[in-house]
Design a protein around this ligand. Structure first.
Ligand code: HEM
Length: 169
């Protein structure tokens, strides 16, 4: 593969194995030698901090090393938990758009989460998901109507349909 980085850019890079935290899910962009990676964002830093903390606490309870805990399926689940704490996108998306069909061993699921994009406006939806994120022991940040609006626009099925038609032309 041909690299696209200049020698000066290459000198600024660190190997991913040593230059970034070995979390079950990467917490910063790494380069494939085709582009210069963006520095870690403040949200990615927050995800990393949650993963480190959750990993340390749980590994101590289980009497194993943090590294050993991260190698388990529960370690991966901990990383997803950390991401959901910081990024509300998945929760906003399922409430706006419902869930996609799931097929297990050839059988489609009987029940699906229904979409609420027509029933709830950005403010109402922000209130519902903020309630979920701060109830039953959850301590994630509240969500703003603006955050909901952005995801509403990006996941608008009508616009996606139009986009597909344009692609077919
Ligand atoms: C505003 C009200 C609602 C909110 C905020 C909400 C939120 C959610 C969330 C966050 C999930 C994902 C849970 C997870 O993966 O751990 C979910 C799943 C689901 N919800 Fe809702 N829900 C609402 C109303 C409803 C209603 C009225 C129904 C049924 C008529 C419903 C049916 C389902 C089903 C079947 C799933 C599982 C979907 C799947 O795994 O594919 N929900 N809901």
């Amino acid at each position: 593969m041909t690299g696209f980085l200049t020698p000066k850019e290459k000198r600024k890079l660190k190997p991913a194995e040593t230059g970034s935290f070995a979390a079950p899910i990467p917490t910063q962009v790494v380069s494939s030698d085709e582009y210069f990676p963006e520095p870690q964002t403040s949200m990615q830093r927050a995800v990393e901090a949650h993963i480190r903390q959750f990993g340390a606490d749980t590994a101590a309870k289980l009497g194993i090393s943090r590294r050993a805990f991260f190698a388990t399926a529960a370690g991966m689940a901990a990383a997803f938990l950390a991401m959901n704490k910081v990024y509300p996108i998945s929760l906003i998306n399922i409430t706006l758009n419902g869930s996609s069909p799931v097929v297990v061993q050839g059988t489609p699921d009987a029940y699906r989460m229904i979409p609420f994009r027509e029933e709830l406006n950005d403010g109402q939806l922000a209130e519902v998901v903020s309630f979920i994120r701060t109830s039953w022991g959850n301590k994630a940040a509240a969500v703003s109507p603006r955050q909901v609006g952005k995801i509403r626009d990006k996941t608008d099925p009508v616009r996606y349909y139009e986009l597909d038609l344009l692609r077919m032309r």
